[in-house]
Design a protein around this ligand. Structure first.
Ligand SMILES: NC(=O)c1ccc[n+]([C@@H]2O[C@H](COP(=O)([O-])OP(=O)(O)OC[C@H]3O[C@@H](n4cnc5c(N)ncnc54)[C@H](O)[C@@H]3O)[C@@H](O)[C@H]2O)c1
Ligand SMILES: [Zn+2]
Length: 375
């Protein structure tokens, strides 16, 4: 005997990203108008709670919304299952139900943890993202990846869960420390390199205004970046092939982050160095022109990002790339550009296996063998 449980799903998980120079009162008004829940639970880290969380709660209550706030200690090591459990427990004790909506307020850490908590709370409730770091606005709040770290590996537990909406306000950018701002810009430069030569020129031509964090220019940077990431994610939500291009700079970058024990280099700094090394690999393979390699390094440098490899043994970096969770049987596919705005693909397959000798050569190569000496 045989019983079939028919579960062919057809769902539309599309959502909007609203970008503007919104105050907390305006954000609360938008959230009230959109009505994704009958009550709202802000989930954020301890810094964000002090900076914006308590005030946003107040604004929501002023709009007569039922709302509460749950926070956890800031920092990557607190993006943990233990904190997910604590957040879920507090939500239960505060009486949030299936019709409640989580407001993931904060940087990528709050977004990842809060999004994951929402995706498993009572088997999944609505959530919206209110990113407050540039990195979260341009990267982590788009694409539906949520999750936390285990002691043995970053982002090893999680789910694909799409928010109902993302509210990105350039007002949050004002208070960001310089290194957090640069962190976000590393992903923005990456996005331009892999997708859009015109956007890359826009970044070059507006570097001064970007560094001054002018709201109008930042809104355009965020809008363009979200659009580009959205197009990549739409094509390949679960990273079967094309979404791999987003890994540019991350194969080497992750190895550098690991060698620095996640303390010596921020993610953006490691990715910046990763982009420089991977572009050099692309140049060595004859895929990318020297001048283009040089333009990318110069722009990263202009945004205050490092472009030189720290003093780690190339063999150690190489060995770590093979342990990356995206490696298959110790072989690593690199996402490499063939020009600013275009990634390498062959017969529709993105990514290319690179032999160890070339990787080591690129890692050993100091400024003198880079085709540009301007950085
Ligand atoms: N889900 C994804 O697709 C994705 C993509 C990229 C990165 N990530 C994850 O994102 C995380 C990193 O995100 P992040 O760089 O935003 O880190 P973060 O969330 O730790 O934020 C950085 C710091 O800035 C503080 N902060 C936040 N907003 C602020 C503001 N407006 N003014 C002043 N301080 C503020 C935070 O409290 C924190 O101390 C990592 O855990 C990474 O794995 C996820
Ligand atoms: Zn990244």
């Amino acid at each position: 005997m045989n019983v079939i449980v028919r579960l062919r799903k057809k769902i539309d998980e599309s959502y909007g990203i609203s970008i503007g120079n919104y105050s907390l009162a305006q954000l609360a008004a938008e959230i009230a108008k959109d009505g994704f829940g009958n009550s709202y639970c802000i989930v954020c880290d301890s810094n964000v709670k002090k900076l914006f969380g308590t005030r946003l709660l107040h604004e929501l209550r002023k709009k007569k919304l039922e709302a509460g706030i749950v926070s956890f200690e800031a920092g990557e090591r607190n993006k943990s299952l233990r904190n997910v459990e604590a957040v879920l427990g507090e939500m239960l004790s505060m009486g949030f139900d299936r019709k409640s909506c989580v407001i993931a307020l904060g940087g990528g850490i709050s977004g990842d943890l809060a999004g994951f908590a929402a995706s498993v709370y009572l088997r999944g409730i609505n959530f919206v993202q209110v990113p407050t770091t540039l990195l979260a606005m341009v990267d982590s709040s788009i694409g539906g990846k949520t999750g936390v770290n285990l002691a043995l590996g970053k982002n090893t537990v999680g789910s694909f869960a799409q928010p109902k909406k993302v509210y990105a306000s350039t007002q949050f950018i004002k208070s960001l420390p310089k290194n957090e701002f640069s962190n976000g810009m590393a992903e923005v430069v990456k996005q331009a390199v892999l997708n859009d030569a015109k956007f890359f020129s826009f970044l070059e031509n507006n570097a001064g205004k970007i560094l001054a964090r002018e709201p109008k220019v930042m809104a355009e940077v965020i809008r363009k970046n979200c659009e580009l990431k959205a197009r990549v994610v739409e094509k390949d939500e679960k990273e079967a092939n094309y979404r791999r291009v987003l890994n540019l700079g991350h194969t080497i970058g992750h190895a550098i982050e690991t060698l620095g024990e996640y303390k010596a280099h921020s993610h953006g700094e490691a990715v910046s160095i990763g982009i420089v090394v991977e572009n050099r690999i692309a140049a060595m393979l004859g895929l990318l022109k020297g001048e283009e390699e040089c333009r990318v390094s110069m722009l990263l440098h202009e945004f205050g990002l490092p472009t030189e490899l720290p003093d780690y043994a190339p063999e150690k970096i190489l060995a770590l790339t093979k342990k990356d969770k995206k490696a298959v049987s110790g072989k690593v596919k690199y996402s490499l550009p063939v020009a600013i705005g275009k990634m390498y693909s062959r017969k529709g397959e993105y990514g290319v296996f690179v032999d160890d000798k070339t990787v080591l050569e690129a890692l050993r190569c100091g400024d003198d063998c880079c085709s540009c000496c301007c950085v």
